[in-house]
Structures are given as C-alpha cells and as structure tokens.
Design a protein around this ligand. Structure first.
Ligand SMILES: Cc1cc2nc3c(=O)[nH]c(=O)nc-3n(C[C@H](O)[C@H](O)[C@H](O)COP(=O)(O)OP(=O)(O)OC[C@H]3O[C@@H](n4cnc5c(N)ncnc54)[C@H](O)[C@@H]3O)c2cc1C
Length: 434
C-alpha cells in the first residue's frame, strides 16, 4: 500500500502535519497505535480524578472526519526503515510513501535507575494517567474501609521537579488536603517531590522558581531538592543522600527520551534518543523524511551551536504544521523554509489559584490568575488543533482554577466533565493494556 505521505504518530505534531497535508488535497496516511489523540497537558488532571480519561482523548477518525484525504490506520508500528520510507505495522502490513513525517513523540526515561521501570508510574499517556488514578484511589479506599494503614500507603513520591512534576505534586497535595478535610481519614499522606537540582522548574527564572517553591510548601509538599533517586522499590524509594522514603506510589516525571521506534530506524539518534533535524525539519541523509515534535531535536536558530527547542506542545504543533508545508513546497519543487518557532513562553499550573508563566520570547514573568490566563490561552490554542469546542474547555478550566475542585472530587465518585457535547463518535476506546 502506498500513500503520498505517511505520518507516524497522532499527537499534536502528527495531527497538525496531517491537517495541513489533507487540507491541501495530499493523500496522507496517519498511523497510531491508539485510535485517539491524547492531550498530554491535561493528563495530571486525569491522574488526580479531576477529569475522566475520555475528556482528554479524542478519536483520530473524528478529528479527520471532514478531511477525506487523511486515512487513519490504527496499528502499532513494529519497525521503520527510513532509508526507504517504509513502516512495518504490527499486523505485518508495509506502508511506503514519498514522504514520511515522524511524529512518534517520546517515552519516559528512567536513566537506568534500578526498579524505576518496574515500580514507578510514568505520566505520558492517558493509560498511564488512568493506571495511576486507579492505584491511588484503591489505596485511599482501602485505608478508608479498614481504618488501618501505614503512612507509606498514602504517601506519594514524585520524581522530577520540572513542570510536570510540579503540576502533579500540587494537584495531588490539594487532593490530599480535601481528603483530610472530609474527615474520612485522619491523614491523607504527604507528597514528597525529589529533584537533583537546587530549585524546582529549572527552565524558569529564580523569581518563578521561588513562587512555585512557596506555593508547593503552602499546600504541604515536602521538597527534597539537591538529591537524586538511587533505586525504586515496591515499598519505597532510596535517595542518593542515603535516606529512604517509604511509599507505594512513585510518580516518574524525571525525564523523557525519543520514542522507541526511531532508535533502529536508520538515522543515528541524537541527544535524548531523538532524531536530529535540519532547520527545515528534514532528516539529513534521508530524503523525504521529516521529524517533528517530541521525537526531534529541532534547532532554535541558525548555526550548528543553536540550542534545540524544548519538548512543548506549541513546538510540536507548530513544527508539525511547518513540516506539512515543507512537504508541499518540496512536491511543488519550491525552496524549503527553515522552521520559525513563535515562542509563547513557558508556564506551569501549581494548583488552585496558583500558576506561573514567563510570557513570550522575552520571558516576562507573571504569576497567579494572570499566569493562569496565559496558560489557558496557550492551551486553548493547542486544543483547537484537535477539538472544535474550546469554549467548553475554557469554562471547565476557569472553574477548575477558581474553585476548590479537589474537595468536590473527594465527595463525588465521578469527576466533573468538560461539556464537549454528547456525540457518541467522540468517545475514544481507551485500552489500559499497552
Ligand atoms: C504530563 C505532561 C504534561 C505536559 N504539559 C504540557 C503543558 O502544560 N504545556 C505544553 O506546551 N506542553 C506540555 N507537555 C508536553 C507536550 O504535551 C508534548 O510536547 C507534545 O504533546 C508532544 O507531541 P508529539 O505529537 O510530538 O508527541 P505525542 O503527543 O507523544 O504523540 C506521539 C504519538 O505517536 C504514537 N506512537 C509512538 N510510537 C508509536 C508506534 N511504534 N506505533 C504507533 N504509534 C506510535 C503515540 O501513540 C502517540 O499518539 C506535557 C507533557 C506531558 C507528558
């Protein structure tokens, strides 16, 4: 089977590339192992029962329902040979095309820490978030039912003090506070946040770091900075400073590397196991091959020493779109254009009424509701690439930020939903097996 373009991956990058190509009338096949797109920035709300998993995933076939040129194939890609632009699927099919856009994302990097891959909960997919939610909820339910529990049953260790680790720590700590206030348990456990660095939110300014530090402490997070994780066991974590934290729940937000599929696909993987790309997003030495989003090392400017862009939703979406346009230029025989990233800044939501943002390329620092508004604007824009109902997201998100939603979650079994509408085609089939 052949298409004009193959897109590997239906995340923000792959969807954006396929949309550009499909809209231009190019026959495009998008392959993903899941039948849905997953919106990673809302995964920790799933993990902390603030949102059902279905609300952060959207069927790929629904996204492309009005773009007949895009054919969605729901299959894992078992291997890729980028030299001849071929993907071999789990069911044995081989797909080839004139162009392949690799948008296969990333996977957790456990940095060889013993026990981490076996016992820690990564937070990279809807299935990961749902597994963590069920595990934590089962521990809480057992403690409430029996009234007997050790601190380790409810304490949680979060590894990694970057935006994901900070956001998930803040959300879990708020949930623990709500649980305590519900009088169902005398204590709801402590969240320990461990990071090798001296401060949380390493990419942010010292002022933003101090704000995040203070807000996390205010919601009861125990910050263990300047120490790493030596080993993860089913009942605890050994730290490099010689101490041990007893816990049955370790959340891994400690880093990521390029998707497994690109490790043996032809090009030698670059830093972080990602594919190095030229400024035009093409892979050198592999004509017709492009790499975008989290799977790619995308230069931030001209010259060999330019640092690469961070693994962010807006980088993924913009690079996906740009690669789509460069494929169109290539097929028209036009010059390729170097990727120009429109930097919206960096931001993190720490909890209710607490967010921090460095807005725009000049990194203007704001916090509190203004930072949340910036977060909302950027995320609504990301979401608009995969969902038409951003108004529903905006109203859910303001409510989330504004109210003590953790308390509501604790008193109701079902989290409040985003009012996406009730079209049954919009419900993804989430399989926790993979
Ligand atoms: C918990 C979390 C929170 C985040 N929060 C933010 C945030 O607030 N703001 C922000 O800007 N960014 C955030 N990010 C980063 C952002 O979500 C990513 O940079 C972006 O989603 C990457 O998009 P992508 O399309 O490159 O990869 P992905 O979204 O990972 O998509 C890759 C796709 O490829 C598919 N795939 C991979 N291998 C195979 C295979 N072998 N066969 C078939 N399919 C395959 C996967 O199933 C997946 O659908 C967050 C990330 C995480 C994990």
């Amino acid at each position: 089977m052949s298409a004009d373009v193959l897109v590997l991956g239906g995340g923000l990058a792959g969807v954006a590339a396929a949309q550009v190509l499909g809209d231009a009338g190019v026959r495009t096949t998008l392959v993903d192992r899941a039948d849905y797109h997953q919106f990673q920035p809302l995964l920790y709300q799933v993990a902390t029962s603030q949102l059902p998993a279905e609300d952060v995933a959207r069927p790929l076939r629904t996204i492309f329902a009005d773009v007949p040129e895009v054919d969605v194939v729901v299959q894992g890609v078992a291997s890729a040979s980028l030299a001849d632009r071929t993907l071999v699927l789990d069911d044995g099919r081989r797909l080839t095309a004139e162009h392949v856009v690799v948008a296969a994302g990333a996977r957790p990097n456990f940095f060889g820490v013993p026990g981490a891959a076996e016992h820690a909960f990564p937070l990279y997919s809807v299935a990961d978030a749902e597994r963590l939610r069920r595990h934590h909820r089962a521990l809480v339910a057992e403690a409430v039912r029996t009234g007997r529990f050790a601190p380790a049953d409810l304490d949680i260790v979060v590894v990694g003090g970057g935006p994901t680790g900070v956001e998930v720590s803040g959300a879990i700590a708020e949930l623990a506070t709500a649980l305590r206030q519900s009088d169902r348990l005398p204590t709801a456990g402590t969240v320990h946040l461990v990071d090798r660095g001296a401060a949380v939110l390493a990419p942010f300014s010292p002022k933003a770091q101090a704000y995040a530090h203070r807000r996390l402490e205010e919601v009861g997070v125990d910050l263990r900075l300047g120490t790493g994780v030596a080993a993860v066991r089913p009942d605890g974590v050994d730290l490099t400073d010689g101490t041990t934290l007893a816990t049955r729940t370790v959340v891994w937000a400690g880093g990521e590397s390029g998707s497994a599929i690109v490790q043996q696909a032809g090009p030698t993987p670059g830093r972080g196991g990602r594919l190095d790309v030229r400024a035009d997003l093409g892979v050198d030495g592999f004509p017709g091959v492009w790499a975008v989003g989290d799977v790619a090392n995308i230069p931030s400017g001209p010259g060999p020493d330019a640092p690469t862009l961070p693994q962010l939703g807006s980088v993924a979406q913009q690079s996906g779109r740009w690669a789509g346009h460069n494929v169109l230029r290539a097929s028209r025989g036009e010059d390729l254009q170097p990727f120009r990233y429109k930097d919206k800044g960096i931001m993190a939501m720490i909890g209710r009424n607490a967010a921090v943002a460095e807005v725009g390329a000049h990194r203007h620092e704001v916090d509190g509701p203004i930072a949340f508004a910036a977060w909302l604007g950027v995320h609504a824009m990301l979401l608009s690439g995969v969902h038409s109902r951003t108004d529903a997201f905006l109203s859910w998100a303001w409510d989330y930020f504004d109210r003590d939603h953790a308390a509501t979650v604790e008193s109701h079994d079902a989290p409040r939903r985003i009012a996406w509408g009730d079209d049954s085609d919009d419900v993804p089939h989430i399989d926790l097996g993979g």
